[in-house]
Design a binder for this molecule. Sequence first.
Ligand SMILES: [Zn+2]
Length: 493
Amino acid sequence: MASQPVIRIRATWVVGYQDGDHRLFSPGELVYQGSVVVFVGQNYVGRVDEEIHAVNTLVGPGFIDLDALGDLDTTVLGFDNQPGWTKGRVVAADWQRRDLYSREELNFNKLYAYTQLLLNGITTAVPITSILYRQWAEDIDEYRHAADVAESLGLRAWLGPAFMSGHNVVEAGGQIGMRFDEQRGLAGLEDAERFIEEMAARKVSTLRGFLAPDRIEGCTPGLLAALSETAKRHDVPVRLHCCQSELEVNEIHQRFQGRSSLQVLADFDLLHKKMLLPHGQYLGGKSATRDSITRDIRLLVESQANLVLCPLVSGRHAKYLEQYLPLREAGVTMGLGTDTFPPDMLANMHLGTILSRVVTQNVQAASAADYYRMATLGGAKALGREDLGRLCAGAQADITLISLDEPAMGQIFDPITALVINGNGRDVRGVIIAGEKVVWDRQLVKRQIDLEQLHRQAQRQFERLMATYPERSFQHPPLDKLFAHSFTVNPPT
Ligand SMILES: [Zn+2]
């Protein structure tokens, strides 16, 4: 270690960590050697081999994305074309499931998405992709490649193929049903377990395996029981979408003898401090009462399970965490996820603050600092990593440099407030992960990527995927009936 250079960043603002919380230093210094921070504060007196001057810049911990968009996103199609179940957001029961992406396209999606995460200052990602375009769920080869991509770019990631034993369909009559195949779910879990072992054997300090069952209503009791055993055997994080939709809550009520989603997880011993739960919006089960909501919050508190809030995706679906204040008061750990395009943590912090205030009708319910904590310390706690999400001696050197120098940033009194309300991911200038520069001057540096070319290829791939929507969608309407433009488009003359 002694041979590695000592690097000091001097910045107008540095977000250090002291006495259990972030703290601002202005001007500030951050010193790291190898992958580890050795000093944060002012007037470092030790040897320095390299200096970085970050003028009009906020130097802070990298963001932790617990539901990181790891895919080409299709929200632009559905945003104004609703309801989603008529537009391919739930597959038609008569669709013979098949892979709509080639292996090369799946691989490209990883490169594209992980690059976007880094450019937005996300240093730790727990990626997620859609299972709508697949023969079933994800496979192990896809994640072997994902690990190669993450390693080549320098992204810190928890990776694992999604698996499921069932999924929603739109029945011929237009009602929502389910299709199950428990064996496929169990086989997917076995692959996921093998992948965790492979990741451990790979011994890359920035890569870990985790368990990613797709969503609670897609799990049969057999799969939940097996998942619980596997999670205990490997002591890894598990992410399971639950308390996400009314459809889910009703489905769980019906299939699990009137239990709420969180009760079902508790029954299978799946509520624990390594559990990551997007999105926590429907607590208390079907026909929730004050008592059933309080009971569910208590389950979260006692188990120390973690909620993953994704303000942008939730807001786009006209929903947010109504129980934000009681959850916060009870001390439930909350981290953030991007989950949709753009994977912009600053935008999510801003919107999260706004939505928290709106759903609680309380302007003091949430602050910029609260959401900044969630994007850093909250995510680190959820992953059980006290050395992430903060900058202090001994922590990992996962660092973002965000410019405060843009006219669009407006006027600055407090840099965190300015970033959260006026900034966006495009203000991220530099990203360092485990002491290694991965983004500098908005360009990928560890693996050089032509961002223009990446963008063009993503557009072509999006257009190919879009063309497959009629095949999967209820009653198979042609594309122009599925998705209308915002205004009438005049044809070329
Ligand atoms: Zn999600």
